[in-house]
Write a protein that binds this ligand. Sequence first.
Ligand SMILES: [Zn+2]
Length: 46
Amino acid sequence: MRDHRFHVVCRDCPTELLSDSERDATRLAADHENAAGHNVAIGRVD
Ligand SMILES: [Zn+2]
């Protein structure tokens, strides 16, 4: 059972991703920032 999910949202395009782990979310955000040069926010979903 997972307590949280992590919502990765790009501020510069419609990209949105959900991840079960903070580490994955951080990596996905970094990947998109590096690939697209966009600013990505990570929010925790209870
Ligand atoms: Zn983007």
